[in-house]
Design a binder for this molecule. Sequence first.
Ligand code: SAH
Length: 272
Amino acid sequence: MNFRPRKQFGQHWLKNQKVLDQIINSAQLSKLDRVLEIGPGLGVLTERIFPYVDTLLSVEIDRDLCKKLVNKYGKIDNFLLLEGDFLELNLPEILQNFPKFNNYNKVVANIPYNITGPIIEKLLGTISKPAEKPLDSIVLLVQKEVGDRLVAVPNNKVYGALTVKVQYLADCEQVCDVPAKDFYPRPKVDSVIVKITPRKLENPAHNPKFLDSLIKLGFASRRKMLKNNLKSIITPEKLTEILNKLNINDQARAENLSLEDWIQLSNNLELT
Ligand code: SAH
């Protein structure tokens, strides 16, 4: 590995083959799949993907790594490498010139942890503006703490705004833990493979935009009761009435509400 990892790009190379196997297995790749990989690095995951799929598009921000990747894999005809910042690139526009790689349906990636939230949001969209064409699945390596938040259940201290916002748009599961020692250089935190499967809810919120801001407001101060966090939009008395109607304790904090509770609360508040 004659390449010095760059901290600013969150570069930590995965060095455990078994973990690579787990990532590949959980993505359930087939020759029909068009895959997007964010941050191929030196290509350890990349070269495990293209033999199994229709096409692979990888986006790498580091110019020097891109040169290496082109030398190594440039001749593979179902592989396209784009150099740039995944968060900034307008992929639908760029891919008009590369139709074979357009309409990717799966994401498989060991991503830079400092931009995990924005990456997930770009892939899933938001409650008020979900992705137009939902992906079939997203398999990511993320830091353990984030992985725990994605799969959290109510009444748990890691259950938060991220949990509710992502679970509104997708099912989340943890595939397996990955200890820090499986990377070079060793990161400060442990990791976990997560599988995020976008889906539509049977009963979505009547006003998704309102729900989006309600969640933000509700979790603004975790220790406060919902009644206090929502004071700017409803009086505690009125809110108590609605909470009673919904069978939610009027002393509840944001972390006590299930996804279904949030949706119901949003639908009912909107009517006041
Ligand atoms: N997938 C490789 C590397 C993971 S490290 C492996 O498993 O070994 C994260 C990778 O993401 C690095 O290659 C880094 O250069 C790249 N990266 C960081 N920020 C990026 C961004 N905004 N867009 C695209 N790639 C990025």
